[in-house]
Write a protein that binds this ligand. Structure first.
Ligand code: PBG
Length: 328
């Protein structure tokens, strides 16, 4: 055949393919989410998240150290609180001697070079299982919630958090938290805004991990509708940029790769994507059934999130993927 173009010429050799590769995947691009609980020498399995556990502080530190040694620069911490510490106002969330503050202090002391991303939202502390305060009517109260979120962020900053990550989707919380941090002298603590966060069934396993599913209703009055369009994505991202966010986020990742691309193309802030618990669970289930090759599927999946435009990825695969990347 007399073909003018033969793209296969450039795929002939591994060196050529390596030379032309446009998307990199490295441990330095991962943030490893971890669940911590009270106690010692305790590791609890989480149904639907094989390989991920709730760790007591001592084991969490060991585990995080292992990830850091493999080149993972940051962990995202979530507290798994005993149910008797949860109440309607989430008051344990601004306790400077509570589990989360103690964990943050210990991490900063033991692993000072590991960046700490800490979650701001009411759900791990709330007896209602919502990210905000719930009124008698069932309505999620915005401004009253934001006041609590600021207190929560300040507690985390005092304990040593590097990056405050509000995952609650209340209006105006990025500006309020930025202002609160600045007034308290924490102008160097960064804010990673969960700017585009959908109401998603992919969060199921995470809610089992924290026993934090909503007691009634759903999260659709604050998290975004997945059938919404790009204008809402632009609006939410713009608002968080204007309010002082240091990072934008798209969450979940895999059903929203197009959204990652849109945010990447329109904003110049660093962008992270959250490869969430349900996405992790599906790969784990298919690979343990022998339907897919886990290692190859994970690396292909994480690369697709990078190709879509994410600078960094929050992923439960971080530790294993870092190990595989090191092995080559
Ligand atoms: C809640 C929060 C959720 C996740 C992170 N923070 C769940 C939710 O919004 O209900 C989900 C993460 C995952 O599924 O891995 N503030």
């Amino acid at each position: 055949m007399n073909l003018l173009e033969r793209p296969r010429r450039l795929r002939r050799h591994p060196s050529l393919r390596g030379f032309l590769k446009e998307t990199t995947l490295e441990a330095s691009q991962f943030i490893y989410p971890m669940f911590v609980l009270e106690g010692e020498n305790t590791a609890q399995d989480i149904s639907a998240m094989p390989g991920i556990k709730r760790y007591s502080l001592d084991l969490a530190l060991e585990h995080a150290n292992e990830a850091h040694a493999l080149g993972v620069p940051a962990v995202a911490l979530f507290p798994a609180l005993a149910n008797d510490l949860k109440d309607a106002r989430g008051s344990e969330s601004w306790n400077d001697e509570g589990l989360f503050a103690r964990v943050i202090r210990a991490f900063k002391q033991e692993l000072p070079d590991l960046m700490l991303v800490t979650d701001v939202a009411l759900d791990p502390y709330s007896s209602d299982g919502h990210d905000g305060l719930v009124a008698e009517s069932g309505e999620i109260l915005n401004d009253e919630t934001v006041d609590i979120l600021v207190q929560m962020a300040l507690t985390q900053a005092r304990a040593g958090a590097d990056i405050i990550a509000p995952s609650d989707m209340m209006d105006g919380r990025i500006g309020a938290i930025r202002g609160g941090l600045d007034r308290a002298g924490f102008e160097n603590v960064a804010v990673m805004a969960y700017s585009t966060k959908y109401a998603s069934s992919y969060y199921g396993p995470f809610r089992t991990a924290l026993d934090s599913a909503p007691k009634r209703g759903d999260k659709k009055s604050y998290q975004m509708d997945y059938a919404g369009g790009y204008r809402e994505v632009m609006r939410e991202s713009r608002l968080d940029v204007e309010q002082g966010a240091d990072f934008l986020m798209v969450k979940p990742a895999l059903a929203y790769l197009d959204v990652i691309r849109v945010v990447r193309d329109h904003f110049d802030l660093p962008l992270v994507a959250y490869n969430v618990s349900g996405e992790y669970a599906m790969i784990k289930a298919a690979s343990s059934a022998g339907y897919v090759d886990e290692r190859k599927i994970v690396l292909e999946t994480l690369t697709s999130i990078r190709r879509a435009g994410a600078d960094g990825i929050l992923t439960y695969h971080a530790l294993e993927a870092a190990r595989w990347l090191k092995e080559g």
